[in-house]
Design a protein around this ligand. Structure first.
Ligand SMILES: [Zn+2]
Length: 341
């Protein structure tokens, strides 16, 4: 018997002492029949997610704790090769200098296809890490707060809930960048990069800690600020827009930002190119920030721009057949290389 089953039982039991009478509201009757009977009876269970605390009671492969299905179902081939099939989340990685590192062991060598899947899995799990000192808990997946409400339960019966990884994830995944670069971009989209405001929210930084942006020392360091609206990042994006010949007013909302960046042209190669540039920019900005914070290395904007061009060029060269342009050509005429003009 699962915990979720117990939870539903408790709710029904608390309301009707275990028996749902004929006079009960349609809602409760529906809940009762949906939870305990029929083909669709799993809707309540599937709305319940295991949320990660220490990771000491969540099974990495078998529990639903990312997206809407167990990782075992989604990464079937990897699961079969895994030497950690029954492992808890906390046994699938280690803490190194305060950062969680996922570590996977296999019973055999992975095929090329499985290696590709593994890159995908690594990106997906990169947005998650166990939290020390916090127990795992059950959450209702259809409310942002994770709390169960009647409305959210109703909604799940009537519409398909968007999975965590939608079209954006697919686009991102199509860029053949290294998995750590993709993972960082994915975490930026999900709002899960350890900027100072995020660290404060997680109580890693205290009330008296300096939360200011290391680039401008002026605003609080958040993902939208650090990557988009800070003066330095803003200059980076303006350069990118000009370089690609796109004139644009940059919205501060980073989600709108990259969508806008991508929307200009319908060409598929352009989309890949735009994503490569976007992912490179996010990575170079973040690594420049870390070099400044941890090594006291001053940020050189020209170096930032050069690196973004170099990285995006090398990824596109690896990904797109017939993309045989030199770095110089890429730097001079990116749109020509992407066959937009
Ligand atoms: Zn700033």
């Amino acid at each position: 018997m699962t915990d979720s089953y117990c939870l539903v039982s408790k709710m029904l039991f608390a309301k009707y002492n275990g028996n749902v009478p004929a006079t009960a509201s349609a809602w409760w009757k529906d809940l009762n029949s949906q939870c305990y009977g029929g083909q669709h009876g799993a809707w309540f269970d599937t709305g319940l997610l295991r949320r990660l605390g220490e990771g000491d009671s969540v099974l990495f492969w078998k529990d639903v704790w990312i997206g809407e299905e167990p990782l075992r179902d989604r990464y079937d081939a990897l699961y079969c090769a895994s030497a950690q099939q029954d492992n808890l989340v906390r046994d699938c990685g280690t803490w190194v200098a305060g950062e969680w590192n996922w570590e996977f062991n296999w019973n055999r060598f992975l095929s090329r296809q499985e290696e590709d899947l593994l890159v995908n899995l690594r990106i997906v799990v990169s947005a998650f890490s166990p939290s020390r000192g916090r127990a795992d808990y059950w959450a209702w997946s259809n409310e942002v707060s994770g709390s169960y409400t009647v409305k959210s339960a109703y909604d799940v019966l009537h519409k398909q809930v968007q999975p965590v990884e939608g079209g954006i994830f697919k686009d991102l995944w199509a860029v053949r960048a290294p998995s750590n670069a993709l993972a960082l971009a994915w975490r930026a989209i999900l709002g899960r990069i350890p900027t100072r405001d995020n660290l404060r929210q997680r109580n890693v930084l205290t009330e008296t800690s300096d939360l200011s942006c290391p680039f401008c020392l002026h605003s609080i360091e958040s993902i939208p600020h650090l990557f988009f609206s800070c003066n330095l990042s803003w200059r980076v994006w303006m350069f990118m827009y000009n370089w690609c010949g796109v004139s644009s007013v940059l919205p501060q909302d980073y989600a709108a930002n990259f969508m806008q960046f991508l929307q200009g042209y319908g060409n598929q190669r352009w989309r890949q190119g735009a994503w490569a540039i976007w992912i490179a920019a996010i990575n170079v900005i973040w690594y420049s920030r870390n070099a400044l914070v941890f090594k006291d290395e001053e940020v050189n904007i020209q170096k930032v721009l050069d690196l973004i061009q170099l990285k995006s060029w090398s990824w596109l060269k690896a990904k797109i057949k017939g993309f045989s342009y030199t770095l110089f050509e890429w730097q001079s005429h990116p749109m020509l290389c992407l066959e937009v003009i």
